[in-house]
Design a protein around this ligand. Structure first.
Ligand code: SF4
Ligand code: SF4
Length: 425
């Protein structure tokens, strides 16, 4: 891959919030929010006031640091981690669901939903269900769905699922217009390497049945694929197979070395380069089939810059653990995770129907975030895509939230370069 050989991405910079990219024929300065771009032979323009002013007049938005995130005022976001239990035994899973099976009770979930969605609410309510495997807690799915439907005219329900569920549960989700984030890692021979049942059998056929139903009923769908060293060679084949079936949105994520199998599937530069090859080839295929691959860049264009993880910046995003507590991280749910305490934010007070939050927890996380981004990301051309990345991964990699996960950072810089190259050249 050219970018890996020439290391041109290492010469790219961030000038007052905008990426300046060396594509080998000069530098392109790009404003992702306005899509404006201009080319210069080198970086000397960044020292000339008149050039900077001319670009600003054309609509380039320069800034000294990433603006504070502005939370929407007419939306409610509720995410429930319904259980740590799972009916599969995927080899890379971070939840360690076999050790402890926690479930959010239907009654508590209903009370939390009612406490956060005022009766007759006119704005949009986004409800995300997450696990473990959330469909294992059907009683609580029903309680949340019915509570939110009764109070809001504009509910949007989404479920992140492994796709292995009872027929009546699937029917219920389809009938209540759920959107599906469905996990499938490749065509059968690749998927079944990692995504296995508790007894070790393949899961492709089981998920395929759900996929077909979701497609036939035209429910909103994103297929999510976790890529490991053993499946990275099958990305394009899988993308094509999904697009042929009618899937319009696919997201690849390289495996994160966190959790009970952190050491089993090494994540190194060679793996990342193979992942990026597969990603870029799959983007080409998506164009042929009129489909899309969801990437950090597709989420960033024509929008105000946002932090990688919005939950620390937006108190209207409520994330509930299976114990009914409020947390500030999706990735460390449950008492089994050694880092879960660092993100626990509050307990639900059933009497007055509110979470009692501990502001010091959020303050500590935000301090780490600012320290990290001030010291590393304010000068990085990929800042508008990641800005420090996932603090839970940093913690796992370094024992600190405010130190970069070098492996993630290196991947993000290469990925940003390749994605920008497609848009800008
Ligand atoms: S810190 Fe990382 S795992 Fe936790 S919510 Fe943010 S992005 Fe997700
Ligand atoms: S984490 Fe790395 S790639 Fe991301 S903005 Fe910071 S320095 Fe750049």
């Amino acid at each position: 891959m050219q970018v890996m050989d020439g290391k041109r991405f290492e010469r790219c910079v961030n000038f007052k919030g905008l990426p300046c990219i060396d594509f080998g024929k000069g530098y392109v300065v790009f404003d992702p929010s306005s899509l404006k771009k201009a080319t210069f032979p080198d970086l000397s323009w960044t020292t000339r006031k008149e050039d900077i002013e001319a670009l600003a007049t054309q609509g380039f938005r320069f800034r000294e640091r990433l603006p504070d995130y502005e939370a929407p005022t007419d939306e409610i976001h509720l995410t429930f981690i319904l259980t740590t239990d799972c009916n599969l035994g995927c080899k890379y899973c971070y939840t360690d669901s076999k050790r402890e099976k926690l479930r959010l009770s239907a009654d508590l979930a209903r009370r939390i939903a009612e406490a956060h969605v005022p009766a007759g609410y006119a704005g949009s309510v986004f409800v995300q269900l997450f696990g473990g495997e959330p469909t294992l807690n059907f009683e609580t799915i029903q309680a949340i769905t019915e509570a939110v439907e009764a109070r809001s005219a504009k509910p949007f329900f989404y479920i992140t699922t492994n796709g292995v569920m009872r027929t009546d549960v699937l029917e219920y989700l389809l009938a209540h217009r759920y959107g599906f984030y469905l996990s499938l890692d490749g065509v059968r021979e690749f998927n079944d390497l990692n995504r296995v049942t508790l007894s070790g059998g393949g899961t492709y056929e089981l998920v395929e049945k759900t996929l077909d139903q979701v497609l036939v009923r035209k429910a909103p769908l994103k297929v999510r694929s976790t890529i490991t060293r053993s499946t990275v060679g099958g990305m394009e084949r899988f993308a094509e197979a999904m697009f042929r079936r009618g899937v319009k949105l696919l997201q690849f994520t390289p495996v994160v070395p966190i959790g009970r199998n952190a050491g089993d599937d090494p994540v190194d530069d060679a793996f990342h380069d193979a992942y990026l090859d597969g990603l870029m080839n799959s983007i080409d295929l998506a164009r042929v089939y009129g489909a899309s691959i969801l990437t950090p860049l597709s989420l960033a264009l024509k929008r105000a810059p946002k932090p990688y993880c919005k939950i620390f910046h937006d108190d209207t995003k409520v994330l509930v653990t299976p114990e009914g507590r409020r947390t500030l991280c999706y990735g460390v749910q449950g008492d089994f995770n050694r880092n879960s305490d660092r993100f626990l934010y509050g307990e639900f007070d059933a009497e007055d129907g509110q979470f009692r939050v501990d502001g010091a927890v959020k303050e500590r996380i935000l301090q780490a975030y600012h320290h990290l981004t001030d010291s590393h990301c304010d000068h990085c051309f990929a800042q508008f895509l990641c800005n420090g990345g996932c603090l839970a991964e940093n913690l796992e990699a370094n024992g600190r939230m405010d130190e970069l996960n070098r492996s993630f950072c290196s991947l993000k810089r290469k990925e940003a370069y390749l994605l920008l190259e497609r848009v800008l050249t």
